[in-house]
Design a protein around this ligand. Structure first.
Ligand code: PRP
Ligand code: URA
Length: 209
């Protein structure tokens, strides 16, 4: 079974509380989502392999370490995943970014694909699928299936808030995908919204309603 990790760093938890607050407007919401994504990226990349190199300092030669040249791909699920891209790129600037466009049909809650543009070499990349909300898990599961259908092998999923239902769905559909979240909330309501959650992530990021 894939790993579920709740990232309980105090800075992540503090900023997540501000993000949840209905009084937080779009500008601040966007800034906070970007900041939390950057902090989460630090934890999600913890298992990246290193290789030893020698560096000439002004004083002597140091045996030091650098990332072992793995290629990374970030895959935001449109639209709300876009809010997390820049924060992650601050820490992983060489990452390529692919986009998967999905929206939830409000009646069926099933994901509908409307866009997909990925780096050509996704099979060789460590991919991190990003989306603030993991509710029923339909969108994340579908996005991961698209990636696997196109050859991706090494995939992680990173979300701000998850419902238990969404975690179970992704784990049963993709038991090779580790999931990283900042919080696991209580449940979904009848409209598939996470309770207590933060509301509609896309609307809050982009000021739509
Ligand atoms: C939201 C969210 C996820 C999805 C989660 O997107 O950003 O992609 O819902 O729900 P699920 O786990 O039940 O699939 P939404 O469909 O509202 O589209 P948007 O990002 O374009 O607003
Ligand atoms: N999508 C959102 O934006 N919020 C939820 O609570 C569930 C799905």
């Amino acid at each position: 079974m894939a790993k579920l990790q709740v990232l309980d760093h105090p800075l992540i938890q503090h900023k997540l509380s501000l993000i949840r607050d209905e009084k937080t407007g779009s500008k601040e919401f966007r800034e906070l989502v970007e900041e939390v994504a950057m902090l989460m990226a630090y934890e999600v990349t913890r298992d990246f392999p290193l290789q030893e190199i020698e560096v000439q300092t002004p004083v002597a030669v140091a045996k030091s370490k650098v990332l072992a040249g793995r290629k990374v791909g970030l895959v935001p699920i449109l639209r709300a995943g876009l809010g997390m891209v820049d924060g992650m790129l601050r820490l992983i600037p060489a990452a390529r970014v692919g986009h998967v466009g999905l929206y939830r049909d409000p009646e069926t809650l099933s994901p509908v694909e409307y866009y997909c543009k990925l780096p050509s070499d996704i099979a060789e990349r460590d991919l991190i699928v990003i989306d603030p909300m993991l509710a029923t898990g339909g969108s994340a599961s579908a996005a991961i299936t698209f990636l696997k259908d196109r050859g991706a092998k090494n995939i992680k999923l990173m979300c701000l808030i998850a419902a238990p239902e969404g975690i179970s769905a992704v784990q049963s559909n993709h038991d090779d995908v580790d999931i990283f979240v900042a919080a696991v909330d209580e449940r979904l309501n009848d409209h598939g919204y996470i309770i207590p959650g933060l509301g509609d992530a896309g609307d809050r990021l982009f000021g739509t309603k």
